[in-house]
Design a protein around this ligand. Structure first.
Ligand code: SF4
Ligand SMILES: [Zn+2]
Ligand SMILES: [Zn+2]
Length: 355
């Protein structure tokens, strides 16, 4: 065979999907750099999530699982994948969509319309629970009261409880959220930069919340954000992509940009950071706070009042604006659980919120 013929054959080979070696590749996998066809992409994407679920024993037959659904791309892909894998591998799960309505006009009201359409598309029951019903405040009202500086502190604390309460109303025993590998790598870096050891210790766990509230898991723990976007795009999924109108210019945004720069040089950086986080060894002398229950609402808390009741007390007394800055100082100073709660809130300042 002449050199020219060999080169042409090699070029043709190169143009074939690196997995099936049959079809033409249409994308380069961000996670591995492989050029693959659409069908092979769907297969590897879905299979990797299936393996994450099975290897980590996230569910057992008969579980009732509430999917935190915001209408954004991650939670929409999560609803699609959970429905698909549940059927394909006969997980035997009862799935529900659970949306939290923070009461943000022009943002959440629109995204909830997407979730309502998802309910019909996936044929899963949907529960929408609002801050107004639970706390008698909407985020619009809270922002009017306290301004834009600490709004996400309130929103994050309220959302966390709202998800648990909504799941309990649905009769669910587990919650899944659309947090992906990029989110987790960002959180590792944020906690490392802040020196927040308790949060650093927990943030790579694929299941959290088992200590009191319902267990929450992250089936997308090893799934790249870019691949979720590609999957949503190729599957033409119906999702909402606008950012919260009260989104701050969060610390997380800077870490995200930093991570994107690193990823451009070394695509494996996201998984590498997660693996580093999984392999940290912590000083065993560090004491985690003792969990009790809030004397007002019964939610898990290491203090007499849980964070939501504490924040509500300030809101209802009209003192939220004044007290929050003092309160934040107190949070930073002594109580590790408060530090945890505070960081949970800060970690909720995502551009797309995973509820
Ligand atoms: S950015 Fe997120 S946490 Fe902050 S107000 Fe909007 S929805 Fe709530
Ligand atoms: Zn292929
Ligand atoms: Zn409470």
């Amino acid at each position: 065979m002449s050199t020219a013929t060999t080169t042409t054959t090699e070029q043709q080979k190169k143009k074939l999907c690196e997995i099936c070696k049959v079809s033409r590749p249409i994308l380069k996998r961000p996670k591995t750099g492989e050029s693959i066809c659409k069908e092979c992409f769907y297969t590897v994407f879905e299979d990797e999530i299936h393996h994450t679920i099975v290897d980590n024993q996230l569910f057992k037959r008969g579980d009732k699982v509430a999917i935190g659904a915001s209408g954004g791309k991650d939670s929409t892909v999560l609803a699609e994948i959970m429905t698909k894998l549940n059927k394909k591998y006969d997980y035997g799960l009862d799935l529900f969509l659970l949306s939290i309505d923070e009461g943000i006009t022009g943002y959440r009201d629109d995204s909830l319309e997407t979730v309502k359409r998802n309910q019909e598309q996936y044929q899963i029951p949907l529960k929408i629970l609002s801050y107004k019903e639970l706390y008698n405040w909407t985020m619009d009202e809270i922002v009017k009261e306290i301004g834009l500086k600490n709004n996400c502190t309130f929103c994050g604390v309220f959302r966390r409880q709202a998800l648990d309460r909504g799941a309990i109303i649905l009769g669910a025993n587990k919650i899944v959220t659309g947090h992906n590998a990029d989110d987790i790598a960002e959180t590792v870096l944020i906690n490392l930069l802040r020196g927040d050891i308790p949060r650093l210790q927990r943030c790579v766990n694929i299941v959290t919340g088992s200590e009191g509230a319902l267990p929450r898991s992250k089936p997308f723990k090893y799934t790249y954000q870019k691949e979720i976007v590609m999957y949503a795009y190729f599957k033409k999924l119906d999702y909402f992509s606008t950012e919260c109108i009260y989104a701050p210019n969060a610390y997380r945004g800077h870490v995200r940009d930093f991570l994107k720069d690193l990823e451009a040089i070394r695509p494996s950086i996201i998984i590498d950071i997660i693996h580093s986080g999984e392999n940290f060894h912590f000083n065993e002398e560090f004491k985690m706070p003792v969990q009790g229950t809030c004397i007002q609402c019964g939610y898990i808390s290491s203090n007499q009042l849980c964070m939501a009741c504490e924040l509500l007390k300030n809101l209802n007394s009209g003192l939220a604006k004044v007290k929050l800055s003092l309160h934040n100082k107190k949070l930073k100073s002594t109580n590790p659980q408060h530090q945890l709660d505070e960081n949970n809130n800060q970690n909720n300042n995502n551009l797309e919120i995973k509820i």
